[in-house]
Design a protein around this ligand. Structure first.
Ligand code: PLP
Ligand code: TYF
Length: 398
């Protein structure tokens, strides 16, 4: 039956985790996959999460099925986090949200929804984007197109080229995927002014924005990181938002995310949401409860809520502090390349500008694990490895 099948390569980022795990070098450094790490190199369970889980153990009374959309009381949390407490879109009932298995689950449901109901829509993603965007939409038979985004010369956004491409080639009904903040893999975000320009274009062309919010809180703050998304949501008739709680609650393996649909009217939103429910049933029937219960327990307990906000601030400050330290220490080595852009990037990742050859040498000669694209997960840097890392980069770059 399976004789004709050829093995396919796995996700290169996940392969990097295994390679790092198997490396016996005590000095090894893992800057591969995007998980937050503390100074000891551990991906810790947040204290707010531990406390919430304790409350849950004491109070949980059933493991019965949740329902297609997950817990009803979870949807307002997704909406408040993304749009802010008193947003008119929420009050008008123009947004409907469902719990999903991670941000990935939300993207998959969005892809199936688009494929079945907007059959002529093409998806436009940034060049580059998170590798899974393409796989998820291709698997749902949605054509994927690219717009210019990262500028390797200025380490900024090729905004004029991006807009020129979208202007020339998008058609009404196409879907435009934007990263809300902390762009993966580059760390280079759109400015607020650029969000404003794109919003005008989206409305004028009649595009459907799909916003991927996987790192809320890791850029400049929980509210600040949503400024562009909120500006656009308040001015466009329709939007899809896939969000993830994996990073900002540190509950990666519990698989908790959300998919929200915003429509012109409450009725339209409800209709679209019912079809999203159909896509969920055909995928995984209903989401797991644990992660969403953790988030709900924290959100509704004032003490835990403040503790969680402080922990998000701590994670963000650590990463942004590491960015500044990297810039200073790399400069101090006398390296020929200017790395000051690292401090301006945001979120878990930095497109370092290291070439494939340099990345490979760092891996083979120094046991430093960086993705082939040169993307570094900054959270993997620590006080213990930063000097070793900067010296190695300086030696490899020259
Ligand atoms: N979107 C982006 C841009 C990501 O980097 C990730 C990363 O993990 C996700 C979505 C999916 O997150 P989750 O682990 O919640 O599925
Ligand atoms: O880009 C990253 O590192 C994270 C984690 O198939 C991730 O988004 C990477 C690959 C993957 C799932 C999650």
């Amino acid at each position: 039956m399976f004789k004709h099948l050829q093995a396919v390569p796995g996700d290169p980022l996940l392969a990097l985790i295994v390679a790092h795990q198997q490396d016996p070098n005590p000095k090894k450094v893992d800057l591969g996959v995007g998980v937050y790490k503390d100074d000891e190199g551990r991906c810790p369970i947040l204290e707010s999460v531990k406390k919430a889980e304790q409350i849950m153990v004491d109070n949980e009374v059933t493991k019965a099925y949740l329902g297609v959309y997950g817990a009803a009381e979870f949807a307002p949390i997704i909406q408040e986090l993304l749009l802010g407490k008193d947003n008119a879109i929420i009050k008008e009932g123009r947004i409907q949200s469902t719990q999903t298995p991670g941000g990935t689950g939300a993207l998959k449901v969005a892809a199936d929804f688009i494929s079945a109901n907007l059959p002529d829509a093409r998806l436009w993603v940034s060049d580059p984007t998170w590798g899974n965007h393409e796989s998820i939409f291709r698997s749902a038979d949605v054509e994927v197109c690219h717009y210019p985004y990262y500028d390797a010369v200025t380490n900024g956004v090729r905004f004029d080229e991006m807009m020129a491409k979208l202007e020339a080639e998008t058609k009404a009904g196409d879907v435009l995927l934007l990263h809300a903040c902390c762009h993966n893999p580059t760390g280079v975000d759109l400015s607020f002014e650029q969000w404003q320009v794109i919003t005008d274009f989206v409305n004028q062309r009649g595009l459907l924005p799909l916003i991927d919010a996987a790192y809320q809180g890791f850029g400049d703050g929980l509210e600040e990181d949503m400024a562009g998304l909120r500006y656009m949501a308040e001015r466009t008739p329709s939007m899809l938002i896939a969000n993830s709680f994996s990073k900002n609650f540190g509950i990666y393996r519990d698989r908790c995310g959300g998919l929200s649909v915003i429509a012109e009217t409450a009725t339209e939103a409800k209709n679209a949401f019912s079809i999203i429910g159909q896509a969920i049933r055909a995928n995984y029937s209903m989401p797991p409860a644990h992660g969403a219960t953790v988030v709900h327990t924290i959100w509704t307990n004032p003490e835990l809520h403040s503790l969680w906000e402080a922990e998000v601030t701590q994670m963000r400050n650590r990463i942004n502090g590491l960015r500044n330290q990297l810039v200073e220490k790399l400069a101090a080595t006398g390296v020929s390349k200017d790395f000051s852009f690292i401090a301006k990037q945001r979120g878990m990742f930095s497109y370092s500008g290291l070439t494939l050859e340099q990345v490979r040498t760092l891996r083979s000669d120094y046991s430093i694990y960086i993705a082939d694209t040169g993307r570094m997960s900054v959270a993997g840097v620590s006080d213990h490895n930063i000097d070793y890392l900067c010296d190695a980069i300086a030696k490899v770059v020259g």
